[in-house]
Design a protein around this ligand. Structure first.
Ligand code: NAI
Length: 328
């Protein structure tokens, strides 16, 4: 029997948490032979803690053979103690009348505290995935608040956008999703993201000539992928939850177990490649193996792509400037 891995999930009593915990405990994220210990963080609020207890009762009732332990926390320091994986899902949603600046401020307060707690107590190889929005900037804040951890411990979730991009293209081409490779979504998890199909292949052949419809690509596909989150809210009355949890599972599973040479989009700290300034948490194409990710480098960037990549970068730079005072 393998040694259990400790997995922290924040916002564990929320919508995404409810779609996530059961799949982690069943082995879908870390492997069917990997025991897990869940360390669940919620805000100290009595209602949230009670709801968390309820979710834990349900997890118990599944009698998952791989679940080696589970605990509830209201303090990030205890929740993140010795964790191997941390899924930072809980975040402050935008309330009525709240400006973007207020949102950044409120989340800055959460992610500085959580970054410090990871710095103090998590495994030195912890894999952190930030899902809570604004995900890229929250991941940046957590990374900057954890100076003793390697920057590569921190990632932001672009995988939902990547999966949306795959699914929309597959439907348009009438091909199976699994036949598409080398998809990229550059930039911020926001409507400015840039789903780039220039390198994508379908059954090993270039996707762009097969699509042969640049107007659809630019005027329909890119905005549909970018605004999919809003379309889900409009239709469901609630934001994406099961698909977000699914993307989080995909992201961590590939990071831990490897992507077998396939490109996946991860929000990672830039090393300066592709003209993206160092440390900006930006969606890049990556491959993963042996518990590490590697950026796919050397791709040609044409004028259209440069413009789109700069637009989403400008938004991230603005967010970064908005939280700079919290990181002094
Ligand atoms: P939710 O509101 O149902 O649940 C969030 C939970 O987090 C609540 O139970 C809340 O009490 C908890 N929470 C808030 N602050 C916390 C803190 N400091 N520590 C621990 N727990 C805390 O929200 P939902 O639907 O589960 O979404 C969670 C986040 O994920 C939101 O920020 C949402 O915008 C984001 N999201 C990101 C996506 C992505 O692709 N990156 C996709 C979909 C959602």
């Amino acid at each position: 029997m393998k040694k259990p891995m400790r997995v922290a999930v924040t916002g564990a009593a929320g919508q995404i948490g409810y779609s996530l915990l059961f799949r982690i405990a069943s082995g879908e994220m870390l492997g069917k032979d990997q025991p897990v210990i869940l360390q669940l963080l919620e805000i100290p609020d009595e209602k949230a803690q009670k709801a968390l207890k309820g979710v834990m009762m349900e997890v118990d009732d599944c009698a998952f053979p791989l679940l080696a332990g589970m605990s509830a926390h209201s303090d990030a320091n205890t929740a993140f103690k010795d964790v191997d994986v941390a899924l930072l899902v809980g975040a402050r949603p935008r309330g009525p009348g709240m400006e973007r600046k207020d949102l950044l401020e409120a989340n800055g307060a959460i992610f500085t505290v959580q970054g410090r707690a990871l710095d103090a107590g998590a495994s030195r190889n912890v894999k952190v995935l930030v899902v809570g929005n604004p995900a890229n900037t929250n991941a940046y804040i957590a990374m900057k608040s954890a100076p003793s951890l390697d920057k590569s411990c921190f990632t932001a979730m672009l995988r939902l956008d990547h999966n949306r991009a795959l699914s929309q293209l597959a439907t348009k081409l009438g091909k199976p999703v699994a036949s598409i490779e080398k998809m990229i979504v550059w930039g911020n998890h926001s409507p400015t993201m840039y789903p780039d199909i220039r390198f994508a292949t379908v059954e090993g052949k270039p996707a762009k000539p097969m699509l042969n419809d640049d107007a659809w690509y630019k005027d329909t596909y890119i905005p549909t992928v970018g605004k999919r989150g809003a379309a889900i809210i409009e239709a469901r009355g609630l934001s994406s939850a099961a698909s977000a949890a699914n993307a989080a599972i995909d992201h961590v599973r590939d990071w831990v177990l490897g992507s077998n040479g396939k490109w996946v989009t991860m929000g990672i700290a830039s090393d300066g490649s592709y003209g993206i300034p160092q440390d900006v948490m930006y969606g890049f194409p990556c491959t993963t193996a042996n518990g590490k990710f590697e950026m796919v480098k050397g791709l040609e960037i044409d004028d259209f792509s440069r413009e789109r990549m700069n637009k989403t970068l400008a938004e991230l730079e603005e967010e970064r400037a908005g939280v700079a005072h919290l990181l002094k």
